[in-house]
Design a protein around this ligand. Structure first.
Ligand SMILES: Cc1cc2nc3c(=O)[nH]c(=O)nc-3n(C[C@H](O)[C@H](O)[C@H](O)COP(=O)(O)O)c2cc1C
Length: 308
């Protein structure tokens, strides 16, 4: 078979990604450690660790535990705060030809607004509004499980983000994710990302203690892929917004499933902990799969599921 070239580029709410593989927030820090392994310009984009208005130490350990084909985490948004990100981390990331997506969490809609203003002024490529962190008491998931609150945070973020596209990250910890997706779309979001982690728990039967200090945590990794595919498919059918799909992606076929379900791009998270090169393998395997199917662009996967 003659060598076929496949166009890897995709657009996510007007942001041009050189390939559809992004790294998921909280699994890649600010890229410094990974830059020792490969050129970060090889990635389509980097969703940075979740930022808050003020620095946070996160939750006490243990805060990561293994599960069958996944992990539970209760890191709790450990980060240096938005100002330190702009001063110290963003200049580092700007050395690379890669889109920088700032992930933010607030205690109030106003905090989201302040962070959007700071980040828009600093020139990030996109803002990912996290309304779905299961590991913090205030804010976080509370905003992502109630349509009115999700809409309020989205509206405030949009008002303060200037020209920077706002992508809202949805929680899978709801009965009907399309209800939240519609509320957020109605409030002016430019894109949606999903899924965040699924609330879970493990108990040590010897000590009778939960394995995580916070008792519960968020489940991620290959175990959650079918849930992510289902939710991306439901949301893609419910709203007319581009989707960054994530949850359990560890190979090109996983990424293709999320794209077929309706995602324009995908994020790789937990798989990076097992293999730092996972995002690059996903990119290459997705390209090879597209070529094997005679596609000329990976974007042709998007929404191409032939549902029964
Ligand atoms: C250790 C860890 C930390 C995370 N931190 C964040 C975060 O700060 N903000 C956020 O929006 N999502 C965070 N997530 C969720 C991921 O970005 C992603 O939505 C989820 O893990 C599903 O993808 P995966 O199965 O490929 O990891 C975190 C996930 C893990 C495992």
């Amino acid at each position: 078979m003659p060598e076929q070239t496949v166009d890897l580029s995709v657009s996510l709410a007007g942001v041009a990604l050189k390939n559809p593989v992004v790294v998921a927030s909280g699994t890649f820090g600010f890229g410094r450690e990974y830059s020792q392994f490969y050129d970060l310009s090889a990635l389509g984009g980097i969703c940075v660790k979740g930022l808050t208005l003020h620095p946070r130490a996160g939750n006490p350990p243990p805060r990561i535990a293994e599960t069958p084909r996944g992990i539970l985490n209760s890191v709790g948004l450990q980060n240096p705060g938005v100002e330190a990100f702009v001063a110290e981390e963003l200049p580092f990331l700007r050395q690379y030809d890669v889109k920088v997506i700032a992930n933010i969490s607030g205690n109030t809609p106003e905090e989201y607004g302040i962070m959007c203003e700071t980040l828009a002024a600093a020139g990030v490529d996109m803002i990912e509004v996290n309304i779905s962190c299961p590991n913090v008491k205030a804010g976080g998931m509370a905003y992502g499980t109630k349509p009115e609150l999700a809409a309020e945070v989205t509206e405030t973020a949009k008002r303060h983000a200037g020209d920077v596209p706002v992508m809202v990250k949805l929680s899978p910890n709801v009965t009907d994710i399309t209800e939240i997706a519609r509320a957020v779309a109605g409030a002016g979001a430019d894109a949606l990302s999903l899924i965040n982690t699924i609330r879970g728990m493990r108990i040590d039967v010897k000590t009778h203690r939960p394995v995580l200090h916070m008792n519960t945590g968020g489940l991620s990794g290959p175990a959650v892929l079918p849930v992510a595919v289902r939710m991306v498919w439901e949301v893609a059918n419910a709203v007319d917004l581009p989707i960054l799909g994530m949850g359990g992606v560890s190979c090109g076929e996983d990424a293709a499933q999320l794209m077929l379900a309706g995602a324009s791009a995908v994020a790789v998270g937990t798989a990076i902990f097992a293999d730092v090169y996972a995002p690059l393998h996903v990119r290459d395997q997705l390209r090879d799969l597209a070529a094997a199917q005679g596609l000329t662009a990976v974007s042709q996967f998007t929404g191409a599921v032939r549902a029964w």
